[in-house]
Design a protein around this ligand. Structure first.
Ligand code: TYD
Length: 134
């Protein structure tokens, strides 16, 4: 159910405009927004899964790859246009890498920041999946 969602875009000689609305383009209520920036070349962020958090990621500037893993299969989504977003349901392992220079990853989340919602160890993730706990 991880999917790329095309956002509205208004092309204009004065500059383009796109937008998102919660419960519409973003299929959940937004509780938190954060962004990742100034990523040094070769670095990777967000290697973890969430028990309950759904996310929506937009490459506001530049580009990067989001690799999503359900414990059996991996899928790579390349984001490099500001009018596409990637929806990631809860319970999927994901990491973000291959950041271009000056890229900006904007992330909308369905929960407030709750450290206990993170699963940060891949073996723990596989265990929880096989137990049906996530
Ligand atoms: P972390 O989730 O570990 O980054 P990554 O997505 O690359 O795995 O977050 C890095 C630090 O930022 C960590 O100390 C927790 C803090 N943080 C918050 O306080 N609030 C937030 O909403 C987020 C996403 C992170």
């Amino acid at each position: 159910d991880c999917k790329i969602i095309e956002l509205p875009k208004f092309l204009d000689v004065r500059g383009n405009l796109s937008f998102v609305e919660q419960n519409n383009h973003i299929p959940f209520e937004i509780k938190r927004t954060y962004w990742i920036y100034d990523v040094p070349g070769g670095e990777c962020r967000g290697s973890h899964a969430f028990r309950n958090t759904e996310e929506f990621i937009v490459a506001l500037s530049g580009g990067f790859d989001v690799i999503v893993d359900d414990g059996e299969r991996q899928n790579k989504f390349t984001l490099n246009r500001s009018y596409y977003g990637l929806y990631i349901p809860k319970g999927l392992w994901r990491r973000i890498d291959n950041f271009s220079t000056n890229s900006l990853a904007l992330e909308f989340a369905s929960t407030s920041y709750i450290p206990d919602d993170y699963i940060r160890n891949y073996d723990d993730y596989l265990q929880l999946k096989s137990n049906g706990e996530i």
